[in-house]
Design a protein around this ligand. Structure first.
Ligand code: MN
Length: 224
């Protein structure tokens, strides 16, 4: 083999502060990793541990204009710390987990909340709620250690909607990598969205989103 019957799909590339781009392999996400957000979604963080879901790789991007997705009337924002891996493995010990981190970024886990509520009610998968086109906008990746504390916030048209601190994550970045690697063999190019603090809410066309984490480049986009 060598030639392909159709053109190979393009790589998904994320901007890196001051470097060449970061190629994306897979996108993993953590659900309910902040107690205050678990409560606002009607879950009990003391009884239900965080969990994982995925998005397609080409959902990620640095786009400054994000199209309002079809089939929803309730598009929600979720600001999250994103880990970018430079290596991986299976059953990674907690003590070595952070060795696999290339850098970190601010991301927004966009969610069709109405489709998610329907899926939860029917016991169906979340893919249509979480894995749609343009559902993982990000800021540029900052190489180096991922921050483990510091403010995380999201504003819509300059009104503060979400605010929290990375120190309040139920599973730390190291714990997430170790746990995820018991389910999947992690590889260089994997992105991990690490969960959102309270304050998730709807976005409308024309609104400008600014997502920030202390020490990282912000993610900014307009919903069109
Ligand atoms: Mn999320």
């Amino acid at each position: 083999m060598g030639s392909t019957v159709i053109a190979p799909p393009p790589h998904t590339l994320i901007e890196v502060k001051g470097e060449a781009a970061f190629p994306v392999r897979r996108i993993y996400c953590v659900g309910r990793n902040y107690a205050d957000h678990a409560r606002e979604m009607g879950a009990d963080p003391d009884r239900e541990p965080p969990f994982f879901f995925t998005k397609p790789r080409d959902a990620a991007g640095n786009g400054t204009e994000i199209p309002y997705p079809p089939a929803t009337d309730d598009l929600h924002h979720e600001v999250e710390l994103v880990l970018a891996l430079k290596s991986g493995g299976a059953d990674i010990p907690l003590s070595r987990a952070l060795d696999h981190v290339y850098g970190a970024a601010v991301g927004v886990d966009l969610t069709r909340r109405d489709l998610q509520a329907d899926a939860k009610k029917a016991g169906r998968p979340w893919d249509t709620a979480k894995g749609f086109d343009f559902s993982a906008p990000m800021g540029p990746i900052t190489p180096g250690e991922a921050p483990s504390r510091g403010a995380i916030r999201l504003s819509v048209d300059d009104a503060l909607r979400q605010t929290g601190d990375l120190a309040d994550m139920i599973w730390s970045s190291a714990e997430i990598i170790a746990a995820l690697s018991t389910l999947f063999t992690l590889e260089a190019g994997d992105l991990i969205f690490t969960g959102t603090p309270a304050g998730v809410g709807p976005l409308a066309r024309g609104e400008r989103v600014r997502a920030e984490i202390e020490g990282l480049e912000p993610a900014e986009f307009v919903v069109i």
